[in-house]
Design a protein around this ligand. Structure first.
Ligand SMILES: NC(=O)c1ccc[n+]([C@@H]2O[C@H](COP(=O)([O-])OP(=O)(O)OC[C@H]3O[C@@H](n4cnc5c(N)ncnc54)[C@H](OP(=O)(O)O)[C@@H]3O)[C@@H](O)[C@H]2O)c1
Length: 315
């Protein structure tokens, strides 16, 4: 069995609600608990409004976690992370030329994994000038080892007009499937609002979590109204500092949260406008916990309000 066949068999087992073979080996109590959750359900998905394609509610961010020297040890470590991500039903990997060696690292990992079919490749253009943008996007394809992206985003609105022009042509040619634009840290919201209201876009990426909720007022309702898929970045944004050593509320445990990470992620992905979140981690243990937030139940409106109140008590 080659790597592609192995990855396919894992995904078939997972989609059938069965435990992947790799998890049958040497199970700890914690692994067994993880498996039992996986056996009961599949990772939740949302549809991209513009294309109808389904994507899992949890993706994989890469801004610092895998931007490492490209040594064989680091490549092995990152390959294990990304392999686990796919095994647990993940598809969207989000990167950017801004993230140091991340795109190179992704290329090495994908090659090691024989380019899993499930991959939803997502990166950004982050430079000024039309031709520089074209060159940078071609370079990203080379670094990833692919010849088309599922989603190309304009990073932080940088020189968005010429890049959007290029991307519209590329979308027609099939070089990019979806087009998006990103911001973070609550920056440039009014300019972003104007762009979302006037330009046809498939995706917007922004910061949203139980503490940073400014986008609830205008951007999320606008995205919902315009049929624009929403990717949540920075879903943790330092939140662990508030909840360290604190007990999870009982209602959150009943919802299936076993950690504050799952509490924070379930809050972010349960907003009706949100399509998925892209937490970043350098640890397989954290990755497993994060992926499980995309399984089982999500909080309803009433529970989301309780979550906001519980968080306010922490700060
Ligand atoms: N403008 C933009 O387009 C923009 C801006 C910012 C971010 N992004 C994207 O969004 C992604 C996520 O944002 P981010 O990386 O800034 O922040 P984040 O995902 O909110 O937080 C990452 C931090 O959380 C920790 N963590 C992750 N899972 C954990 C768990 N289960 N338990 C405890 N700690 C955990 C990680 O440490 P460990 O490594 O120890 O797990 C890391 O320190 C980025 O990687 C990037 O892809 C885009």
């Amino acid at each position: 069995m080659n790597r592609r066949q192995f990855t396919k068999s894992i995904s078939l087992l997972t989609s059938a609600g069965m435990t992947p073979l790799a998890f049958s080996k040497m199970k700890s109590k914690k692994d067994l608990a993880t498996d039992s959750v996986l056996e009961k359900s599949r990772i939740l998905t949302n549809k991209i409004p513009s294309s109808g394609q389904s994507i899992p509610l949890i993706g994989f961010g890469t801004s610092r976690n895998i931007s490492l020297d490209l040594t064989p040890e680091n490549i092995k470590k990152c390959t294990a992370l990304i392999e686990t991500f796919f095994k647990l039903g993940g598809t969207m990997i989000d990167s950017s030329p801004m993230y140091g060696t991340s795109e190179q690292m992704i290329g090495h990992c994908l090659k090691n994994l024989d380019y899993p079919n499930e991959l939803f490749s997502t990166t950004k253009v982050w430079t000024r000038g039309k031709q520089d943008g074209i060159d940078q996007m071609h370079q990203s394809m080379d670094l990833w080892g692919i010849n088309a992206f599922d989603l190309m985003q304009i990073h932080n609105l940088v020189d968005w007009k010429p890049h959007l022009d290029t991307l519209r042509n590329w979308q027609e040619e099939g070089i990019v499937k979806h087009i998006g634009i990103t911001t973070s840290h609550g920056r440039s919201h009014s300019e972003l609002e104007k762009i979302l209201a006037t330009e046809p876009l498939d995706f917007v990426q922004l910061t949203y979590n139980v503490k940073d909720r400014a986008v609830e007022n205008r951007l999320l309702p606008l995205a919902l109204d315009r049929g624009i898929a929403v990717i949540v970045n920075r879903p943790f944004n330092g939140l662990f500092g508030f909840s360290k050593g604190q007990q999870l509320p009982e209602y959150a445990q009943e919802l299936g949260c076993k950690s504050w990470a799952q509490f924070y992620l379930k809050f972010a992905i349960s907003h009706p406008a949100v399509t998925c979140a892209i937490p970043a981690t350098s640890k397989v243990k954290h990755l497993k916990a994060n992926m499980l937030a995309g399984y089982g139940e999500l909080p309803d409106h009433k529970t989301r309000k309780l979550m906001i109140e519980s968080f306010k008590e922490l700060i």
